[in-house]
Design a protein around this ligand. Structure first.
Ligand code: ADP
Ligand code: MG
Ligand code: ZN
Length: 456
């Protein structure tokens, strides 16, 4: 309970019409109202906006929001107006008259003109900060009278050249802290690997977090990487070649007949033979295509198109099938073999269910495959450790898959970065719908692991 908790819940309901907070939202609001620097990493659609829109209503002055795209800004401002929030935008598309009106209002705020209501949220594109002297002067005046409440940097990974969406104008945001010291930051992103986060903290001039969690340190919120619409399972894989394909065929025809899917294979040769066998052993019911580095570009493009259009349902692929693959309705990703690392497995299986609907992520595993990846990774730096983590995942028949991922990713991110504050509950409660959560308890108790696999 904080002094603002009552008001926070009141506005949540009366302004935004929500009864409860989603994961991390309340903590972000609290840290925000405590004037901390914050980085919040949550998946797309997770509800990041509320983390500053709500505090803006409970803070005197104006919250400045920097966002990369006009369309995103216009959409947000429209929703805020519908909710009765006093929000404005200053972009290249704003008319001269509207601009003048906004500058007059900012001036009135700075002067403390009686009866002039505060602009609660002001949205701009980063060019405004980089290029507009007039706008900078307006911020100077607000800052002097402590009416610059906070800076919000949406899609903050755009700051980093190592990110996938680098925008040069974002680098000019380094002036924010220099010109207007003492204004708290909230940086938001859905994708922020450790290297990008490092760039972000450095460019914006935010303090690096340490384990000490001192009051002037940046607080980092990161909700679970785990996506609840993905259902993970490891299934036993028969030793004989066609035996394993028959298993896969039965799985696909039973659970995903006519669905779009991907079958990841370890090698190019595997792709060819798995595709051919799946087609043959299903009498053509499973329409497959092959995608790997040796396939000619024109053929790759054609396959990708057929797959998008639904003419080919299942692509048998190596990890070359990845970049730019963003089809929403992938209902299943099957791994015919272990991936070389758990990171890889997470990435590859994560191509399922981008539309938010239920999807299956299935790994077929037999101990011989462990030898295979061991020999493939033994010459790569750190390769064996990565392979071991993959192996541990595949052979663990008790711990929830979500918890296994959370433990793995928390550990590896700690190595490169000081700390993540993940919601406890998020990381440690069982998902309730993976293979290990759903397994009948009597197959687990008293039995050795080997017997368990056999019984399965
Ligand atoms: P993000 O920026 O993280 O992608 P948004 O802030 O745009 O996500 O929010 C995504 C959607 O979730 C919006 O439609 C928003 O109204 C809704 N939303 C956010 N918070 C809540 C909540 N606590 N309860 C219900 N819906 C919410
Ligand atoms: Mg957003
Ligand atoms: Zn689980």
């Amino acid at each position: 309970e904080f002094e603002w908790t009552g008001a926070l819940y009141d506005k949540l309901k009366t302004v935004f019409g929500f009864d409860s907070f989603r994961s991390c939202q309340e903590s972000i609001c609290n840290a925000n109202l405590d004037r901390r620097d914050i980085v919040a990493i949550m998946p797309t659609g997770g509800g990041k906006s509320l983390g500053y829109q709500l505090p803006a209503l409970l803070t005197p002055g104006c919250t400045l929001v920097i966002s990369p795209l006009l369309a995103l800004i216009a959409d947000q401002v429209m929703h805020l107006h519908e909710a009765g929030v006093d929000a404005v935008m200053l972009t290249g598309a704003t008319s001269k008259e509207e601009q003048n009106r906004i500058y007059q209002r900012l001036q009135a705020m700075a002067n403390g003109t009686p009866g002039a209501p505060d602009i609660k949220l002001c949205y701009v594109t980063p060019e405004k900060i980089a290029n507009s002297k007039k706008f900078k002067a307006a911020l100077d005046k607000l800052h002097r009278v402590h009416k610059l409440a906070r800076f919000v940097i949406d899609e903050a990974h755009c700051v980093s050249q190592q990110g996938h969406d680098f925008r040069p104008d974002y680098q000019k945001l380094n002036v924010l802290r220099e010109l207007w010291p003492g204004v708290p930051f909230l940086a938001l992103s859905a994708t922020c690997p450790a290297a990008v986060l490092g760039d972000l903290l450095r460019t914006l001039g935010m303090r690096r977090p340490t384990h000490a969690q001192a009051v002037d340190e940046t607080v980092i919120f990161s909700t679970s990487l785990y996506r609840k619409n993905l259902h993970y399972a490891v299934l036993p894989k028969p030793s004989s070649g066609t035996g394993s394909i028959e298993k896969m065929r039965d799985y696909i025809l039973t659970h995903h007949r006519n669905d779009t899917g991907i079958v990841y294979c370890l090698t190019r040769k595997d792709c060819e033979s798995v595709a051919e066998d799946l087609m043959r052993l299903s009498d053509g019911a499973i329409r497959t295509g092959v995608y790997h580095a040796d396939v000619a570009d024109a053929k790759k493009e054609a396959l990708h198109r057929q797959w998008r259009e639904g003419k080919v349902k299942v692509v048998c692929a190596t990890i070359a099938f990845g970049l730019g693959i963003d089809k929403g309705d992938v209902r299943f990703v099957v791994h015919h073999s272990l991936s070389k690392s758990l990171d890889g497995f997470y990435q590859e299986s994560g191509r399922a269910g981008r539309d938010g609907k239920d999807a299956d992520c299935v790994l077929y595993y037999r101990t011989q495959d462990a030898m295979r990846i061991a020999s493939l990774t033994c010459n790569e730096r750190g390769g064996q450790d990565k392979a071991l983590a993959m192996l541990a995942f595949a052979s663990d028949l008790e711990e929830c898959r979500k918890i296994q991922f959370a433990q793995y990713f928390n550990k590896s991110s700690k190595m490169s970065l000081s700390f993540f504050r993940t919601e406890e509950e998020d990381a440690n409660t069982r998902c309730g719908h993976c293979d290990n959560c759903m397994r009948a308890p009597d197959t687990l108790e008293r039995l050795g692991v080997r017997t368990r696999v056999a019984a399965w």
